[in-house]
Design a protein around this ligand. Structure first.
Ligand SMILES: Cc1cc2nc3c(=O)[nH]c(=O)nc-3n(C[C@H](O)[C@H](O)[C@H](O)COP(=O)(O)OP(=O)(O)OC[C@H]3O[C@@H](n4cnc5c(N)ncnc54)[C@H](O)[C@@H]3O)c2cc1C
Length: 303
């Protein structure tokens, strides 16, 4: 029986873990990866005290900080979180863990296109993180599905490596911020196509083309890879705590100081992008991780 289990190791989870280690409570941090969405950012310019870093560099700083406290992240996926009496039960594929309290910090994950070939060619030309995988497409032709901020950032980053980049947006107009759209529209390596739908991803061992539909006109376009940048979904389906219509965990506030980041289930706390807070940012997630840790200590002490 642990005092606390922290689920997720993005900025929220890693911050909660540092606070837990400093309090010397018996805790576990479990996550599918370390760094979370932070590692997908090519440039973080708004984390105070660090000026400009890549997301991976900032994540490494969080990890170095965790090392000071000898914190090891257990690499497992949580499949189910439930409450049996006063005990929180966390199930992964391999193990079952029990604790007095849990902090959920599972953030968001990319939405899928849901077209044939997407799962088959995952990691073989189908990608969800331009920052991580753009260098693999040096001198190649790639498509990006999604013309919002993520898609715009992705094409600009890919254009540093690829020979040609298609930006494909299903709506008639690009979304995202104007300054990003302006950068995209003047980049000679980028071809923007709006009102187009990706219908299938084709290949042999690796992606070699995509089938598209533009207003009924079907076409097969030769590409070496495709990046799916159509938004994010909340990663909290493993728990039944109360959520809003976007699947984000609803946070409640207690009556006393530190009695924050409460979910609808006593003993289960939540922080960061998986919750209904409006600020989906690294600094906000880290702050929420701190608040949730402090609130969980109060709860554990009272137990
Ligand atoms: C492309 C991009 C660029 C961005 N740029 C910036 C920026 O410049 N500045 C800024 O402030 N913010 C930026 N953001 C937003 C910022 O990255 C997020 O707000 C922040 O990472 C949220 O932190 P989090 O800890 O709540 O969740 P996440 O970072 O999403 O971390 C969630 C963690 O939970 C783990 N996890 C999920 N499900 C499970 C499960 N079932 N079992 C075990 N582990 C699980 C994941 O593996 C991950 O480690 C950017 C986001 C994106 C996508």
């Amino acid at each position: 029986m642990y005092d606390l289990i922290i689920i997720g190791a993005g900025p929220a989870g890693m911050t909660a873990a540092i606070y837990a280690a400093r309090r010397k409570i018996d805790f576990l941090i479990i996550s599918m990866d370390v760094g979370g969405q932070m590692t997908w950012s090519s440039e973080v310019k708004n984390y105070p005290g660090t000026n400009t870093l890549t997301g991976i560099e900032l994540s490494n700083k969080f990890q170095e900080h965790m090392k000071e406290y000898k914190i090891n992240v257990k690499s497992e996926e949580i499949l189910k979180l439930s409450k049996k009496g006063k005990t929180c039960v966390v199930k992964t594929k391999q193990n079952k863990y029990e604790s007095k309290a849990v902090i959920i910090t599972t953030g968001k994950k990319p939405k899928k296109l849901g077209v044939p070939g997407e799962d088959k060619y995952l990691g073989k030309g189908v990608n969800y993180c331009a920052t991580c995988d753009a260098p693999l497409f040096k001198g190649k032709i790639v498509a990006v599905a999604g013309g919002g901020n993520s898609g715009l950032e992705a094409v600009l980053f890919l254009a540093k490596y690829a020979k040609k980049v298609y930006l494909m947006e299903v709506n008639e107009k690009l979304g995202g911020e104007a300054y990003l759209r302006d950068k995209v529209l003047v980049d000679k390596k980028i071809t923007v196509i709006t009102g187009i739908k990706v219908e299938e991803i084709l290949g042999k061992d690796f992606v070699n083309a995509i089938k598209t539909d533009k207003g009924g006109k079907k076409e097969t376009i030769k590409v070496d890879g495709i990046f799916v940048e159509i938004g994010l979904i909340t990663e909290a389906s493993f728990t039944d705590v109360e959520k809003n219509k976007w699947g984000e965990i609803k946070l409640f506030r207690g009556t006393k100081t530190h009695n924050e980041n409460l979910t609808s289930v006593p003993g289960i706390f939540a922080a960061g992008d998986c919750t209904d807070i409006p600020a989906k940012q690294i600094i906000a997630a880290a702050g929420e991780g701190c608040k949730a840790a402090l609130a969980s200590f109060d709860y554990i002490l009272k137990k």
